[in-house]
Design a protein around this ligand. Structure first.
Ligand code: ZN
Length: 480
């Protein structure tokens, strides 16, 4: 039994059904749940007290899409200007050198950045199982999450269509269907905890319609439903993908997935940039969720997802940061800001508010990943919450609306504290369970190793743009 008192916050933004904000209030946690929020009773004591004077306290954010192994290949010069398909083709040559140690440190790095920028619960989409790597690679991510202290809902991804079968990845990076299904079942049995406030849950996630067969899509969702776990994949990210699906299957990506049984409240898609009005309506009718990744979509020039239209149709929408190689950071609060900005560009300044963008990152993410007791601060809910000091230069002059201030303003996205499941994992803006210097050292060392190996094996200098020759400017992107 442990207790935690968050004392005297300037504002507590609850993100409850009424959007209540409490001024100069406190919050009490017993074990892993919130017990009360409001004025502090006289003589209140707790095992641990955090002074939240001058801070905004709000729910820890819930993030719906990422590929943490890619933190080791961000900002690779060779693909800084590449669109999705050539970007993938090049980076697979680097990623095929991933080791269990590399995945562990990449995950520690991604999770640490997320905790520091306000995320308390995250998924990860890990689909890269090089044939040369040892068995049970996936387990390294669980080990990382336990070390860092983040709530984790990873997905066991898969790729089964290598280049020789018309897919994009090299054959050395794909697995047989038997192997994929066998290991998927193993990780569910080993790690999935159905408790609503579990620290580890597992989902299954074939990479995309262009990297697995239809059979593996169908069998994966059947396996997941036998065990009551969720399913995830990329969908409708680019126009290239649309063209690929039309040519290969004679269908739009969403049509293909619906035919394979991939709609429902246990399914969520990353991106959904090119869903049309009828497909948005189908997502709402079936409860299918969407992970919106605005920075990645801008970074790769993929387009802007019709999120205001999805919100209007009551589709479950959360935010993701996507792979760090297509975002180059794992900054959750930064993603919220970009989300607000890009929809103002696409559909007008009134199409999304700062608070709505934060709702996507809190309640929205909790809905998409299936945590009814997260994403809001209410008695009985899970104790995942963050505190951000408003006493910073970036927020000065902006405190007329302290909640919107953290989206509109600020030159730092670092939180002062992050509490996950009742445990303090960031305090005074620093990680509690891991050393930042050690993470940087290990990540830089392994990242360089992977790029050097790829250069030696392919003869392509990944540190140079010279002769890349793939990328030409094109007219402004068309939206469907
Ligand atoms: Zn992705």
């Amino acid at each position: 039994m442990s207790t935690l008192l968050i004392r005297n916050a300037e504002v507590i933004a609850t993100f409850d059904d009424h959007g209540r904000r409490l001024t100069r209030a406190s919050l009490f946690v017993r074990n892993n749940r919130i017990e009360w929020i409001g004025p502090e009773p006289e003589g209140c004591v707790a095992d641990k007290v955090l002074d939240a004077s001058g801070m905004l306290v709000m729910p820890g954010m819930v993030k719906c899409h990422h590929h943490m192994f890619q933190t080791l290949t961000r900002n690779v010069p060779r693909v800084q200007e590449a669109e999705l398909f050539p970007w993938l083709v090049h980076l697979y040559e680097v990623w095929r050198n991933l080791t269990p140690e590399g995945l562990y440190w990449a995950s520690v790095l991604g999770m640490s950045e997320l905790l520091l920028t306000g995320c308390s619960c995250t998924t990860d989409h890990f689909y890269l199982f090089p044939q040369a790597s040892p068995e049970h690679l996936f387990d390294e991510q669980i080990r990382a999450a336990r070390q860092v202290g983040i709530r984790f809902h990873p997905t066991r991804g898969s790729m089964s269509r290598g280049k020789s079968c018309g897919g994009l990845p090299p054959d050395a990076c794909v697995q047989s269907e038997e192997k994929i299904l066998e290991d998927s079942e193993r990780v569910i049995r080993a790690f999935h905890d159905p408790d609503p406030l579990a620290m580890v849950k597992v989902a299954l996630a074939p990479c995309s319609p262009f990297s697995v067969t239809r059979e593996i899509m169908r069998e994966t969702v059947q396996l997941a439903r036998r065990y009551g776990v969720r399913c995830h994949t990329h969908l409708a990210e680019t126009q290239d993908e649309d063209a690929y699906c039309q040519q290969t299957y004679g269908k739009r990506p969403f049509e293909l997935m619906e035919e394979l049984g991939w709609v429902g409240p246990d399914i969520w898609y990353a991106h959904a940039v090119y869903l049309n009005t009828a497909e948005i309506r189908r997502c709402a009718e079936t409860g299918t969720g969407i992970a919106h990744c605005p920075v990645s979509n801008l970074r790769l020039g993929s387009g802007i997802a019709p999120i205001p239209e999805m919100i209007a149709a009551d589709v479950a929408v959360g935010l993701g940061v996507d792979g760090s190689a297509s975002n180059d950071s794992s900054n959750m609060l930064g993603e919220v800001r970009t989300c607000m900005l890009i929809h103002r560009h696409r559909t007008g300044v009134a199409s999304i508010t700062a608070e709505r963008a934060l709702q996507l990152a809190t309640r929205g993410g909790a809905r998409v990943l299936g945590y009814p007791q997260l994403g809001r601060l209410e008695p009985g809910c899970g104790a995942d919450l963050i505190g951000i000091s408003l006493q910073r230069l970036g927020y000065a002059g902006a405190l007329h609306d302290p909640v919107a201030a953290i989206v509109f303003c600020g030159d730092s996205h670092i939180v002062d504290f992050n509490v996950v499941n009742g445990q303090v994992v960031v305090e005074n803006g620093r990680l509690v369970n891991v050393e930042e210097a050690e993470i940087c050292h290990q990540a830089n060392r392994i990242a360089r190793q992977m790029v050097d190996q790829a250069t030696r094996a392919t003869g392509v200098d990944f540190l140079s743009k010279e002769g890349a020759g793939l990328f030409t400017p094109r007219p402004a992107a068309q939206q469907v």
